[in-house]
Design a protein around this ligand. Structure first.
Ligand SMILES: Nc1ncnc2c1ncn2[C@@H]1O[C@H](COP(=O)(O)OP(=O)(O)OP(=O)(O)O)[C@@H](O)[C@H]1O
Length: 334
């Protein structure tokens, strides 16, 4: 019988499920739509994501994960159960073993909450592993050798920076500045400068299509629509990449600073390895235009974007699942 082991990238923005032997079988936004009165879950994942910012008063589309941890336990569990049922139906598995990734600095209470949510969703054995380690493995780094590897994983809620050697994290930092904060920065910039209210879906589109954090990048612009704060009427404006650079630079500098702090705490032999091997960027935030260039200039080391940055963690769980039996001692009892 194939694939009783499942890897989950339980992200703030997206949930990815990897089944041993099958690869990534699910990739959906971490969103749940709820009826506020009856508390009933109306939609999960992609379907719920389409409702964000467009729901009538009695329905709310929420993200139950925040900053890489569970903000709303019941709805995280409902979301996980829904996704697991979806993939179970396909592969006819029962009570799988699950490997879940989490940020480096979450508390044991938060770890327990993640494990409990997975167990309640029907898992027999739940293992937990640190996200930057799994991201590095999924990006193709050989972290098991005695040499330094550095990964910067920029997700929706958290940025995890880590230097790894011999299969373990040597120095790391996890900050709550990542893709969601960029969306908020853009939204607030437009609100302040143009007195125009836009939704997070629009600010995310601006980030993906226009934004750059490298000052010399090709300029881009985009027409966006929102609600005028003075007249209350719909209005269209054109936003440029230069403006978005100003909106994002403070948050991006937090990420640069976190990476510098990790390098400053790294033993010199491993620092020397990082000069040779470079830094690997993973997570959706790795795709922010100019991020690699800016980090390379600031850290004075080569910076490369992983081949498939948004799938690194899920792909890494796949590789680790092959070795799950060796990891049995990492299981956390609840
Ligand atoms: N082309 C792009 N440019 C900039 N940002 C992007 C791009 N594509 C995706 N993103 C952003 O990447 C983020 C999602 O990345 P990812 O799926 O790695 O996060 P996550 O794993 O859910 O979050 P976390 O690791 O914090 O729990 C979102 O903020 C999304 O807007």
């Amino acid at each position: 019988m194939f694939g009783r082991d499942i890897g989950i990238d339980l992200g703030t923005a997206n949930v990815l499920i990897h089944i041993k032997g099958q690869g990534i079988v699910l990739d959906e936004p971490s969103v749940v739509a709820i009826d506020k009165m009856s508390k009933q879950v109306l939609a999960v994942g992609e379907e719920a994501f389409q409702m964000v910012g467009r729901t009538p008063g009695n329905i709310v589309a929420i993200r139950p994960m925040k900053d890489g941890v569970i903000a709303d336990f019941d709805h995280t569990e409902a979301m996980l159960s829904h996704f697991l049922a979806k993939v179970n139906a396909k592969s006819m598995m029962s009570k799988p073993r699950i490997l879940i990734c989490c940020p480096t600095n979450i508390t044991s209470v938060e770890q327990k909450a993640i494990i409990e949510a997975a167990e309640k969703s029907g898992s027999k054995n739940v293992f937990i592993e640190e996200e930057p380690k799994v991201a590095a493995i999924g990006a193709g780094m050989d972290i098991f050798q005695p040499s330094g590897n550095m990964v910067v994983d920029i997700g929706g809620g958290t940025t995890d920076v880590a230097v790894l050697s011999m299969g373990s994290i040597v120095t790391a930092s996890s900050i709550k500045t990542a893709g969601d904060q960029f969306d908020l920065d853009i939204l607030n910039y437009i609100k302040k400068k143009y007195k125009l209210l836009v939704g997070v879906r629009t600010s995310e589109t601006v980030k993906v299509e226009v934004a750059t954090v490298a000052p010399n990048d090709e300029a881009r612009e985009l027409e966006i629509r929102g609600r005028d704060m003075v007249s209350g009427l719909p209005r269209t404006i054109t936003i440029t990449s230069t403006e978005i650079y100003d909106a994002l630079i403070e948050s991006v500098n937090h990420i640069v600073q976190a990476a510098k702090n990790v390098l400053e705490r790294t033993p010199p032999e491993l620092s020397a390895d990082i000069i040779d091997r470079g830094v690997i960027l993973t997570g959706g935030g790795a795709l922010l235009r100019g991020m690699d260039q800016l980090l390379a200039e600031e850290l004075k080391v080569p910076v490369m974007i992983a081949e498939d940055p948004m799938h690194c963690v899920a792909n890494g769980t796949g590789i680790l699942l092959e070795n799950l039996d060796k990891m049995a001692n990492r299981k956390i009892k609840v």
